[in-house]
Design a protein around this ligand. Sequence first.
Ligand code: SF4
Ligand code: FE
Length: 483
Amino acid sequence: MTLMTKDEYLSSLKDLGHRVFIQGEQVASVPDNRISGPGAMAMAETYEQAQKAPELFTAESHLTGETINRFAHIQHSTEDIIKKVVMLREMGRRTACCFQRCAGMDAINSVYAITYDIDQEYDTQYHARFRDFLKYIQQNDFVPAACMTDSKGDRSLSPSRQKDMDQYLHVVEETKGGLVVRGAKLHTTGGVNSHELLVMPTRALGADDRDFAIAFAVPASAKGVTFVYGRQPSDTRRLEKGRPDVGNPCFGGCESLIVFDDVFVPEERIFMKGEYPFAGRLVELFAANHRTSYGGCKVGVGDVLIGATQAIGQAQGTEKAAHFKDKVAEMIHLNETLHGVALASAAMGKQTPSGSFAVDQLLANVCKLNITRFPFEISRLAQDLAGGILVTMPSLEDQKHPEIGGYIRKYMAGREGVTSDQRMRVLRLIENIVLGTGAVSYLTESIHGAGSPQAQKIMITRLADMASARSCALRLCGVEGLD
Ligand code: SF4
Ligand code: FE
C-alpha cells in the first residue's frame, strides 16, 4: 500500500495508541475529539487530494519507483519544489488553516541531504538508515512530524550550561542497541496527527553540546512519549451545541508540546549522534525548505481571506466603492508577492550532494521575512473592509431564538436578498482567520514558524553577496582602495 484513503488515514490515527492530553484530559481518539477533530481533518485532506488530484498531490518515489503522496517525496528537481509550493497553496485554499503535513515533508528532505553529508565527513552509515526509514514512511503513507524546537530554558545559556539539562532534548544513556533520550519539543505542528516523530536539534551546537546533537525517529506511540495539545483562541467554540460561531467548521491547525521522558531510540533509527558541526546545517536547511513552504500555504489562506472580504463587500453593498477595490487590489498584490518569492526560491533551487534538491536559501529567507509582515497587512485590510460588525455581532445561534431571532434576522441582514445567516457566516470565517483558531497559523505562526524574523535577517545578511554589490558600486563611481 502506498496511498491511504482519507478514511484509512483517520482509522490509522484512531488505532495509533499515542498518549494525548487536551485541556487536562486524556483523549481516546484524536479525530473524534471535538477540539482536535478539525486538525485531523485538515491533515486527512492531504490524503483525500492524493486520490482526487494525483497529478499534483502524488509523485514517483526515487527509492521504490512507486506512486507516493507528494508530502512523502524527496525533491529531485526544481520542478518538484515548484509543485510543492503550488500544492501547498491549493491546500491552504481548501482548508484555510495549517494542514500540518509539510513540516514533516521539509524535515525528511533536510535529514535526507544532511545524513549524506555527515557520512561523507565521518564515514558513518546514517544516510542508508534514513533511506530505510523513508521507505517505511512512503510504503505505509505515514506522516512523520518534524520535532525541532526545544523548551530552551535560559536562552542566554548554551544547552550544556543549562541548570536543567532537559531544557534541550539530549542523550541520557547509551544502551545496548540504541539510546535513551529525554527532553521536550514544542510547537510541534501536527504532532498528534502523525504516525512517527522525526526529531532534530534546534540550533547550531559546539563541542560541549555533543550530547544534544542528535537526530532520530520514534513512533508517536513510543513508551515515554506524551503529547499536550496547544490551546488556540476561541477553540472552545467547537464545544458549543451546533458549533454556530466556529467560522471554519471543518478544518483547523494544531500544535503540541511533546515530552520525551526517557524514550528508547533503536540504533537503526538514529540519524545523527554527536556530529555537532552538522546540527546548525540541518537546522538551516530545514528552515530554508520550510520558509519557502510558507509562500504556498499562507498564500492559499490569503486567497480565502481575500475571497471572503470580496464576498462580504458584495453582501454589504460596498464592493463597488473605489476604496474597497483599491484595498482588495492591495491585498492581492501582497499575497501574490509572497507566492512569487516562494516560486523564485523553488525555481532557483540547487542539487545537494545527496542528489536531492533544496530551495535557494537567500530567496527562501526573503520569502519568510515577507510572510512575517504581509499577512498582517492583508488581515488589517480585511478587518477594515468587513467593518466593526466583525467583532460586535451576536451569535449565529441567536437567529433561532423565538423572541430575539426576528431582530437578528432583520438587523444582521445585508443588502436586499442577503440573509443574516449568509452575512454572518462569511464574517465568522474572516474572524476565524484574523482573530480565532485560524489566526494561530495565519498570523502568529507567520512570525515565528520556521524561525522568527531576526533569524531570517541573520541569514539574509549572511547569504547576500555584499562583496560583489560593493564592487559594482565602487567600479561605477570610480573609487579604488576603499576597504
Ligand atoms: Fe504546512 Fe504551512 Fe502548516 Fe508549515 S505552516 S506545516 S507549511 S501548512
Ligand atoms: Fe509551521
